[in-house]
Design a protein around this ligand. Structure first.
Ligand code: BGC
Length: 454
């Protein structure tokens, strides 16, 4: 049993049925605003048309290069699509050093072009003229499939000189500056679009793509007649188009204030994009660990946890000064633990505070804190997914999901389904599938579908 003090501490993280319904209807309202020309400017969820009108048929073939920028790492991939047979993917991961994440944009793109050139050389493809799909996982207004203007940086990136610019052009120019590879960027896409495409390739009922990783976002297939931002020439001949919601920004007009806690506010205040991406700050890997750190700090200060330890003052100092010391992956590890061993929890407590033998009660409390934070994140994600499913006309909708939080957390999927069962209309069926490398295979599929459409 969890004692009453911890329950009280975590109460603000437990969303009541009323709160869930209220967030749901505010979210649906915001999607409507994002799609309509007259209300788009005020909407937080921008619902950007992606210019991807077709899901894959399964017949896609050929070799494609893909770039994936937007999480903790940057990747270059060579994807060989083989129709109904398994694709092959060769890839290389490159770190994105912190100074590049906040340094001049031109340097970031030069780094990308350099990694690309090295990769092409290594695979002896200098003269191959391969089409390239660029997964650029930040909010962009697309003017076409290969033109995407960055509206704002997220997830700790903040390179001057890129917001307001076409990232397709910046990549092209960086490749030209080097002059040692002949590569054509044929598509720019968001990681959610890649996820939807790669899942739809395996399951034609897939209509929604979701990422719960470093950042959090979703896209879905909408009827073109509802996407007022899409110019006429891009509607003709098409019934549907993938819409990138950019739901991470939801809440920026105060819609989430009635559920945001003091901890959410502090995470936001200390971030480099204060008052932006508020839904993302309650749901994604970049912030969940921080939320737990702040709650834990409060729990120790109030003598709710580690009551018997003489070194509580030191623990407080550790948590106060070491921002990001508690990572989101630790939440997954703690929640994988079982009573009464708590092997991961004890190891993490030892790592954090040097406390050798945490008591069973302390481990239970620690785990409960993590559970409340991740369960609330999953509930919010489920609210968004349910809103999208209920908009879609098909009776059965499959949702493709990827991202480190969803992939590695032992119960995130179960938490999501629990809320979806409450919110998805009763005449609809849904299922969730884990995406396999949406950002890589998805980019190749978009490039393939784009070449076919041409
Ligand atoms: C970005 C989205 C992206 C998501 C997941 C967010 O910060 O704004 O474009 O899809 O992270 O990577």
């Amino acid at each position: 049993m969890i004692d009453v003090e911890v329950r009280e501490l975590m109460q603000p993280f437990l969303l009541s049925d009323y709160q869930v319904q209220e967030v749901y209807s505010r979210f649906c309202n915001e999607i409507g605003k994002g799609l309509k020309r007259s209300t788009h400017a005020q909407a937080n969820t921008k619902c950007f048309p992606t210019y991807v009108h077709e899901l894959p048929t399964g017949n896609e073939m050929g070799k494609y290069l893909a770039l994936d920028l937007g999480g903790t790492n940057f990747r270059v991939l060579l994807v060989t699509l083989k129709g109904h047979h398994d694709d092959t993917v060769q890839s290389q991961i490159y770190a994105v050093p912190k100074d590049l994440m906040i340094g001049p944009g031109v340097e970031l793109f030069d780094h990308i072009a350099e990694c690309l050139a090295k990769f092409v050389d290594k695979h002896e493809m200098r003269n191959a003229h391969l089409p390239l799909g660029f997964t650029f996982s930040f909010p962009c207004v697309q003017m076409g499939l290969k033109e995407a203007m960055l509206t704002r940086w997220t997830k700790g990136f903040d390179c001057p000189g890129v917001e307001g610019e076409d990232v397709g052009r910046m990549l092209h120019e960086a490749i030209q500056r080097r002059g040692d590879a002949d590569i054509a960027v044929v598509a720019i896409l968001n990681d959610t679009t890649g996820t939807l495409m790669s899942c739809a390739h395996r399951n034609p009922e897939c209509r929604v793509g979701v990422i719960v990783g470093t950042g959090c976002n979703a896209c879905y297939l909408e009827d073109v007649q509802n996407v007022e931002l899409l110019e006429h020439q891009f509607r003709r001949g098409h019934q549907q188009v993938i819409v990138n919601i950019e739901w991470g920004a939801f809440g920026e007009s105060g819609q989430l204030d009635f559920v945001r806690t003091e901890y959410d506010k502090e995470v936001d205040r200390k971030s480099i994009n204060c008052s932006e991406q508020l839904f993302e700050k309650m749901t994604s890997g970049m912030y969940l660990g921080e939320l737990v750190r702040l709650v834990l700090l409060r729990a120790i200060e109030r003598n709710i946890i580690f009551k018997l330890s003489p070194k509580r003052k030191e623990y407080v100092e550790t948590l106060q000064h070491k921002v990001h010391i508690y990572e989101t992956k630790h939440i997954s590890e703690v929640e994988s633990d079982s009573f009464p061993e708590f092997l991961n929890t004890r190891r993490i407590i030892k790592q954090l505070f040097g406390l050798e033998k945490a008591t069973v009660e302390d481990c239970q409390k620690f785990k409960y804190i993590c559970e409340c934070v991740s369960r609330r994140a999953a509930t919010l994600v489920a609210i968004g997914i349910s809103g999208l499913i209920n908009r879609i006309n098909d009776r059965k909708v499959v949702v493709g999901i990827d991202g480190s939080v969803y992939r590695y957390h032992p119960k995130f999927d179960a938490y999501i389904r629990e809320t979806m069962h409450k919110l998805v209309k009763s005449d609809k069926q849904f299922d969730i599938m884990l995406s396999e490398d949406g950002s890589g295979r998805g980019a190749a599929l978009v490039a393939a579908v784009a070449s076919k459409t041409k």
